[in-house]
Design a protein around this ligand. Structure first.
Ligand SMILES: [Zn+2]
Length: 361
């Protein structure tokens, strides 16, 4: 197993609401095998396989990506949050490999992983689950997840300005002002987004057969069941023993507003049957410790149990959010987002209790 390399400058990646931009932009010395571009860090987790993190002191990309180089081409997993972030990703990839990108895989439909799709050239196959295509064919920008996150950006910028105004001149204030500039540029970039669905779809699994330096490098796309969304795909490199998980498997708390929390644990059981040494998550640094997956299980169980209790008491979602102990970035999320999480959980509970509608999507 290769050592897990961690960078200090990834705290934004787990803070999906971008509330802690200030003070997050410290430059950590890159570990061996890491390539820095103007906008991204490429951590080489196996020969020709890179875990890609945006440099949050330069650009807001909101999610991690992966690059898999083969003898004939290159495959990218996830496209970041905006076309502008994706263009920076594409430019950075060109510095790392001269192989043409032929495939972009979407781990799921969420804006922060798929709204860069349109920036990829038309001859790149965009691959995802059928559910991901179906969702990106709808007016996804106005659905609660994307609209609440995006709608909150001006509030975040205002709060960041207020905090910066109160600072003495100096390095900390310079970093805060830089973070504001990055977030303002991000808000402009969101306006350019035209959600672009996968044009190659799968329902359970698909393998892209390639070689690297003459040795087999199969790239397996696996849908292990519903969890974070109805169409999560993980990308497993069985020979390199690494797996990119999107938001299906994160270290601890994950966003649950579109989740099938009641099914997610069983999906994690199937995930843990896979052979791998290193998890490349959609947010946060790489990890190997199964205790991190256990922390996610605990988070999901805690939420589901509390939401179930609120449901049984007949509390409305608006009432329930005060009763639930929110963890991770959800602790500081706007009420509208918490309400959406509870509404989604309630709808799963109601569907499970209704034999006519036991498989509601
Ligand atoms: Zn997501």
């Amino acid at each position: 197993m290769r050592p897990t390399q961690r960078l200090a400058a990834t705290c934004l990646a787990v803070t999906a609401l971008a509330l802690s931009l200030a003070g997050c932009g410290g430059e950590a010395p890159p570990p061996d095998g890491t390539i820095l571009t103007d906008t991204h860090t490429f951590e080489e987790v196996a020969p020709g396989v890179y875990f890609i993190v945006g440099r949050d002191d330069v650009i807001f990309v909101q999610s991690n990506a992966m690059l898999v180089v083969t003898d004939e081409d290159a495959l990218v997993v996830d496209s970041h949050v905006t076309p502008a972030a994706a263009r920076a990703l594409i430019a950075s990839i060109a510095e790392v490999t001269d192989k043409p990108v032929t495939h972009l895989v979407n781990t799921h439909y969420h804006f922060d992983h798929a709204h860069g799709n349109q920036a990829f050239p038309e001859d790149v196959a965009i691959v995802g689950h059928e559910f991901t295509r179906a969702m990106l064919m709808t007016d996804v920008m106005s659905q609660p997840t994307a609209s609440i996150f995006t709608g909150n950006i001006p509030n975040q910028i205002a709060a960041m300005k207020e905090s910066a105004d109160a600072m003495e001149d100096g390095e900390e204030k310079d970093q805060a002002l830089n973070a504001i500039r990055i977030q303002e540029a991000h808000y402009v970039a969101v306006g350019e987004t035209e959600p672009t669905p996968p044009n190659v779809t799968l329902t359970s699994r698909m393998t892209i057969h390639r070689t690297f330096e003459g040795r087999d490098r199969p790239i397996e796309l696996l849908h292990l069941g519903r969890g974070h969304t109805g169409g999560d795909v993980v990308v497993l490199l069985p020979n390199e023993r690494v797996v990119f998980t999107g938001d299906l498997v994160l270290a601890g708390a994950a966003y649950i507003g579109d989740g099938y929390v009641d099914e997610w644990l069983a999906t994690l059981d199937r995930f843990e049957e896979l052979d791998f040494d290193l998890i490349l998550p959609g947010h946060g640094p790489t990890f190997s410790d199964p205790a991190q997956v256990d922390a996610l299980r605990q988070f999901l169980s805690d939420f589901w149990n509390q939401a179930s209790a609120a449901h049984e008491q007949g509390l409305s979602p608006e009432e329930a959010i005060a009763e639930i102990e929110w963890q991770g970035f959800l602790a500081t999320a706007p009420d509208a987002l918490k309400i959406h999480c509870v509404q989604t959980a309630y709808s799963r509970m109601d569907a499970a209790g209704d034999p006519e509608n036991s498989d509601s999507a």
